[in-house]
Design a protein around this ligand. Structure first.
Ligand SMILES: Cc1cc2nc3c(=O)[nH]c(=O)nc-3n(C[C@H](O)[C@H](O)[C@H](O)COP(=O)(O)O)c2cc1C
Length: 175
């Protein structure tokens, strides 16, 4: 089973990429993607009609389709996931509106605030579910700057919560 992981962000210092990278460090092997590695314009129906799908849309879509397990950490902008993430999803949904079918998803989020990006997490779960994905576990890390130091969660309770959810996820996907 192949696993991919990414943050829904185009920030070169994305805190959600740091969190999802830590989650994968606990989980094991996965290909960690970066949305900056794709040249994908904001979704535009006129580009789709006149030029077809940009090459990197197909590349991103194929990578999602080939994965059985996906970790996504949803970055929060104005109580939702980011525009760049939504645009990638919009493009892929035009190729196949159920492109997450059969994918088992671990959904995460973090933000500098006390709610830990939960609005983005909830919106992201709803979207991924609409595309046919199955979200098995979710985890939000509040106050990233206090709780994440030197590449790991330094609050013991939150760290244990993530670790137990990863173990539950592992047993759920092996059923
Ligand atoms: C336009 C904008 C809107 C934001 N809105 C929220 C918000 O509604 N809630 C929140 O907790 N953080 C908000 N933030 C803070 C982001 O969560 C923070 O910048 C975080 O680092 C983004 O995740 P990333 O580093 O993975 O891209 C916002 C940041 C920006 C730039």
């Amino acid at each position: 089973m192949s696993t991919i992981a990414f943050a829904g962000s185009n920030s070169k210092t994305s805190i959600n990429k740091q969190l999802v990278t830590y989650a994968i460090h606990i989980y094991g092997k996965a290909e960690i993607l970066d949305l900056n590695d794709y040249q994908i314009p904001t979704y535009d129906i006129d580009i789709e009609k006149n030029e077809g799908f940009p090459n990197d849309v197909k590349k991103f879509f194929d990578t999602i389709k080939a994965a059985s397990t996906i970790f996504i950490s949803f970055s929060e902008h104005n109580a939702c996931f980011t525009a760049v993430f939504k645009s990638y999803m919009d493009w892929c949904s035009r190729i196949d509106p159920k492109f997450f079918t059969d994918k088992k998803v671990f959904a995460l989020s973090t933000s500098p605030g006390g709610y830990g990006g939960r609005n983005a997490l909830e919106a992201g779960i709803k979207l991924v579910t609409k595309f046919g994905g199955t979200v098995l576990q979710e985890f939000a890390l509040p106050k990233f700057n206090d709780n994440f130091v030197n590449g790991k969660i330094n609050d013991e309770t939150l760290d244990q919560e993530l670790k137990s959810k990863i173990e539950l996820f592992r047993s759920e996907i092996s059923k």
